[in-house]
Design a protein around this ligand. Structure first.
Ligand SMILES: [Zn+2]
Length: 130
């Protein structure tokens, strides 16, 4: 699990918190400012430098794509998937339906964690023809 950046609303100082598991992250437990002990903290979103105005997210490097995935912006991630699919001519083989479904859900504003979790649990269980 990655560490996340936070800022304490009490003393205004930034700090990082490393989550040991997704459960910790979802529960938001153990999150206190290491400087003053306040629990009144806010997640800091690391802004990613994405080339504009082209906004061609399919041309991002793997690291940039990861940054988009971590941006907590489902629609941005959905847009990225959509552009990746379009650049592949809409043919992603076996991945196609999975990616399409993820894209649709992200563009509807579903949380990245929820979509990611659902798809991951289905990993390596290819479906028959549909
Ligand atoms: Zn503090």
């Amino acid at each position: 699990m990655p560490s996340y950046d936070f800022r304490c609303k009490q003393c205004g100082r930034p700090f990082s918190h490393f989550y040991k598991s997704v459960k910790d992250y979802e529960a938001g437990t153990g999150l206190t400012c290491p400087h003053c002990g306040s629990t009144d903290v806010a997640r800091r979103i690391r802004r990613v430098a994405i080339p504009r105005p082209s906004r061609d997210l399919s041309q991002l490097s793997p690291n940039e794509m990861l940054s988009v995935m971590n941006s907590d912006n489902p629609r941005e991630v959905g847009t990225m998937f959509q552009q990746v699919m379009e650049s592949a001519g809409g043919d992603l083989g076996e991945m196609g339906s999975t990616v399409q479904e993820a894209t649709d859900r992200l563009l509807r504003g579903e949380s990245i964690d929820s979509v990611e979790g659902d798809l991951a649990s289905r990993d390596s269980t290819p479906t028959a023809d549909d």
